[in-house]
Design a protein around this ligand. Sequence first.
Ligand SMILES: Cc1cc2nc3c(=O)[nH]c(=O)nc-3n(C[C@H](O)[C@H](O)[C@H](O)COP(=O)(O)OP(=O)(O)OC[C@H]3O[C@@H](n4cnc5c(N)ncnc54)[C@H](O)[C@@H]3O)c2cc1C
Length: 207
Amino acid sequence: MHPDRGEPLHARQLLVATGRRTDFAALGIGAVGLDESARDIEVDEHLRAADGVWAIGDITGRGAFTHMSMYQARLAAADILGTATDPAQYHAVPRVTFTDPEVGAVGMTEAEARDAGLTVRTAVTDLAASTRGWIHKVGNAGLIKLVEDADRGVLVGATSVGPQGGEVLSALAVAVHAEVPTHTLRGMIYAYPTFHRAIETALDSLA
Ligand SMILES: Cc1cc2nc3c(=O)[nH]c(=O)nc-3n(C[C@H](O)[C@H](O)[C@H](O)COP(=O)(O)OP(=O)(O)OC[C@H]3O[C@@H](n4cnc5c(N)ncnc54)[C@H](O)[C@@H]3O)c2cc1C
């Protein structure tokens, strides 16, 4: 059944993603004053969960990714050692699904940006229609999608699907993380004929 429309769906393959949950009761986190019935361990911007207790990774509910665990571990270790660090930021979390084509995304989806009340402009460009897509031929399917906060003139999210979609994502991750103005992104030079040139095409069609 289609989850939204209640209609039968026909497909040749079915991917079942069950997810994973931590058994906090089995870990006995109540002993350090944490809620064993909670879905995630609540942490502050320095990953502090309770007095003398830090938590990082999947259990913080900020995204079940190895890079999230490593990022938080760096901040927590610095805090434990008393080294000043910037607080944790989660506005530009990248994620890559290693399918064919590879799907990379960073920051907010269009729906999340609209739900947050932002004035949203979006653009989608077809990777196959780009010069590099034409050169690549078979397997060139893909797209670049941009989600802009039009009031601030910065990208708040982006998706990169296609050959090496996770690598193309890196430029977009920098843009979202550093809140680079879209005007500045439009003014830079994109190497020819790369897949990431499709970002420039997408910037031209933000609407
Ligand atoms: C099949 C699969 C593929 C994945 N692919 C990707 C990917 O491509 N990219 C990506 O970013 N993420 C991927 N992930 C997610 C990634 O593995 C997790 O987000 C990441 O490992 C979380 O790190 P963590 O430190 O929170 O927990 P973990 O890496 O799970 O580490 C927890 C550790 O605690 C130990 N432990 C548990 N209970 C106890 C106990 N009672 N006492 C002592 N030690 C204990 C465990 O043995 C484990 O070593 C994948 C996950 C799965 C399952």
